[in-house]
Design a protein around this ligand. Structure first.
Ligand SMILES: *[C@@H]1O[C@H](CO)[C@@H](O)[C@H](O)[C@H]1NC(C)=O
Ligand SMILES: *[C@@H]1O[C@H](CO)[C@@H](O)[C@H](O)[C@H]1NC(C)=O
Ligand SMILES: *[C@@H]1O[C@H](CO)[C@@H](O)[C@H](O)[C@H]1NC(C)=O
Ligand SMILES: *[C@@H]1O[C@H](CO)[C@@H](O)[C@H](O)[C@H]1NC(C)=O
Ligand SMILES: *[C@@H]1O[C@H](CO)[C@@H](O)[C@H](O)[C@H]1NC(C)=O
Ligand SMILES: *[C@@H]1O[C@H](CO)[C@@H](O)[C@H](O)[C@H]1NC(C)=O
Length: 617
């Protein structure tokens, strides 16, 4: 009875966690990759890919820490990054807050510097080593806006005094050795939190918070105020917003109960797997059984007690909110059956980590066939065509064949698995949705693989099904040509997209077809398929066909239907795009061949001169 009473109480008062993903300020620097390039007479095509990599490095560190810095040197533009969670956040909430900041910050690209302040964390990148910077006269700011209104009338002087005391005390605590850069306290109903970045000394921290204190005191009589400085964050509010005791733990109790609750639901479902069963099936996730590594976790080959071979995916995330979404997702994708989608057999969420169980594909992933130096086997034209059509069918089904629209986000050759008859099946599609930016608290930021990512997604985080269409287009070109992408890699002549476009303009697409086919392919059909690949990789998302249309075109290539003429992919020079874009600042570099500036050009040209892209030739 005691146990069930406890259970009930715990259910009634779940300790709520809050990653405090409220944006208090976003500051984009005013120097852009394009402008710098012009001034210095060069370009830095590697900027955006390096930026994405930096964020990856930070993510890994922030999974277990509250603070991280990193930098990659570069002869052109170095990138320094710093990320800090407020100390009272649990590690889980810290990661969620970081993920949200990481999703939003790229909005500042192609700026070479930016900082974003959330109420739970901070993220900044810049071109110089700013880690020890405490104040910045031109960029420090305060945000006094609040939904709480202000304290007027006779209470006002007392309120201002309390606030001033609270701010003063927090500054003292955080700026002294004992606070270690963090302080939070209440004085007569005014709650205040101060956080310095961990790279600051206590002296620098104090300088920063003292300035911040002056700034927020000017917010009175507003019931809330925030100072957003180069080296610290300070906030007061008449509503409590921080966690007591310095740091919230990811409570085991409520988590477990929550999970148990879910398990009750799952127990009834045929999708349930026992953790122990899967542990055993994979021999304790033995390294030699690892068959893949995806964005959301690693995959192991396992054998169930009944002898069935399965693929078991270990998921990186295991928080309460996440588990909730995860279950919606499992329910959602378990209802999706299609011959070109890898089937989900079940899951396990009771153990220390969440696991997904999929059908096992004997013939590995497509990349082993088209890129490997020691190819397992050279695919003939018919097999390649079949794989392209099957993948298109699977994607079309995800996009509109089922109840809920699913965007995969990471279509690439290693996510296309092959069954015993070399029929393609798309893997890893379910989690795509719950990690989407429309649910910012779950998003890990821009996910995907360079070379396959649509430009509007990399730069702006704009996620539509056209992002998948773009990746599919790259995949088609790769399958037919038997070589890798990538428009991002610095090798101006070598980019697959660029090469294809050049050949298209010369009306000799077939020259790109994989030489290992030794000419054994129908030329017109191959040219049509390549043209469809180019249609899918057009710079403007609106120009790209939807998957249903792609499929229709593919199936008609054998007839005499006309495949429309594609517009250019997103890499061509500003010069080529015509004069209409020359009014904008960073699109006027003479010949932009790659990377960040390439995408900047793409944006200015498609926004400022939508006809520009068609007028070149
Ligand atoms: C100030 O903070 C509020 C509350 O988070 C936010 O909505 C607003 O956008 C911020 N103002 C600025 C200028 O960033
Ligand atoms: C860029 O920002 C700095 C402050 O960081 C400011 O002093 C400068 O005037 C700005 N330049 C332009 C062109 O806006
Ligand atoms: C800290 O708060 C107390 C009242 O709670 C006040 O007397 C004291 O002056 C404050 N200290 C600072 C440095 O503001
Ligand atoms: C939660 O459980 C883990 C492993 O069982 C343990 O290491 C950790 O200290 C626990 N945390 C709390 C807050 O009890
Ligand atoms: C695909 O799998 C089947 C069944 O295991 C096998 O017979 C066949 O050789 C495999 N094909 C390739 C190309 O590996
Ligand atoms: C193709 O893209 C992948 C993934 O981004 C990358 O690792 C690889 O280096 C690229 N290959 C070429 C030849 O550009």
């Amino acid at each position: 009875m005691l146990v069930s009473l406890f259970f009930l109480l715990a259910l009634l008062s779940p300790s709520r966690s809050d990653p405090r993903i409220y944006e208090a300020g976003l500051l984009c620097g005013n120097a852009t990759a394009g402008m710098t390039a012009r001034k210095s007479g060069g370009t830095d095509p590697s900027y955006v890919p390096r930026f994405v990599k930096e964020m990856e490095v930070l993510s890994q560190r922030m999974a277990t820490h509250h603070f991280a810095t990193h930098f990659i040197d570069s002869t052109v533009v170095p990138i320094y990054v710093l990320s800090q969670c407020h100390r009272d956040l649990s590690q889980t909430d810290c990661l969620l807050c970081f993920a949200a900041s990481r999703t939003k910050l790229p909005r500042c690209l192609p700026s070479l510097s930016a900082r974003i302040f959330f109420d739970g964390c901070f993220l900044r990148y810049d071109t110089y080593r700013f880690f020890e910077e405490s104040v910045d006269a031109s960029r420090d700011s305060s945000n006094c806006s609040s939904g709480l209104g202000s304290v007027e009338g006779p209470d006002r002087p007392k309120f201002e005094e309390s606030m001033s005391y609270a701010v003063g005390n927090v500054t003292e605590i955080a700026g002294s050795g004992r606070g270690g850069g963090f302080g939070a306290m209440e004085v007569r109903g005014v709650y205040t939190l101060g956080q310095c970045w961990s790279s600051l000394s206590s002296g620098e921290c104090k300088v920063c918070l003292e300035k911040a204190g002056e700034e927020v005191r000017r917010c009175a009589p507003s019931r809330e105020g925030r100072a957003l400085n180069a080296g610290c964050y300070l906030r007061y509010s008449t509503v409590k917003f921080y966690n007591d005791g310095g740091k919230a733990e990811d409570s085991n109790n409520s988590e477990n109960i929550y999970l148990r609750q879910i398990s009750i639901g799952v127990d009834r479902s045929s999708l349930n797997f026992k953790y122990e069963t899967l542990e055993k099936a994979t021999n304790n996730f033995e390294a030699s059984r690892k068959i893949g590594q995806g964005g959301t976790g690693s995959v192991y080959k396992g054998t169930l007690p009944n002898g069935q071979t399965v693929a078991v995916k270990r998921l990186v995330y295991n928080t309460r909110q996440w588990v909730d979404e995860f279950f919606n997702e499992v329910n959602l994708i378990s209802g999706i059956h299609h011959k070109n989608l890898v089937k989900l057999l079940g899951c396990s969420i009771e153990g220390p980590e969440s696991l997904l169980v999929y059908e096992y594909m004997v013939n590995k992933s497509l990349d082993h066939y088209i890129f490997d130096k020691n190819k397992i086997q050279t695919l003939n034209w018919k097999q390649r065509f079949n794989i392209i059509v099957g993948t298109a069918e699977g994607l079309a089904h995800l996009h509109c064949g089922c109840k809920v629209r699913i965007i995969h986000r990471d279509i690439k050759s290693s996510n296309v698995l092959l069954d015993e008859n070399l029929n393609p099946k798309i893997a890893d599609f379910g989690l795509a949705r719950s990690f989407g930016p429309d649910m910012s608290h779950l998003s890990t930021g821009i996910a995907g693989t360079l070379g396959y990512m649509a430009p509007e997604y990399v730069v702006r985080g704009q996620l539509t099904e056209k992002v998948d269409v773009y990746s599919f287009g790259v995949l088609v070109l790769e399958i037919v040509c038997g070589r890798r992408n990538s428009s991002f890699i610095e090798n101006s002549a070598g980019s697959l997209l660029q090469m294809m476009w050049r050949l298209y303009k010369l009306n000799s697409l077939c020259e790109a077809v994989d030489p290992s086919l030794e000419g054994n392919f129908p030329r017109e059909e191959a040219a049509d398929v390549l043209k469809i690949g180019l249609l899918c990789t057009q710079a403007s998302a609106a120009d790209r066909p939807v998957m249903a249309r792609v499929l229709e075109m593919l199936l008609l290539t054998k007839g005499d239907s006309e495949v429309p003429e594609p517009n250019q992919p997103p890499f061509l020079s500003a010069r080529a795009m015509g004069s209409a874009s020359s009014t904008t600042s960073y699109s006027t570099n003479s010949l932009i061949s790659n990377g960040a500036t390439k995408m900047a050009t793409f944006y200015t040209s498609s926004e400022c001169s939508s006809t520009g892209s068609k007028s070149h030739g």
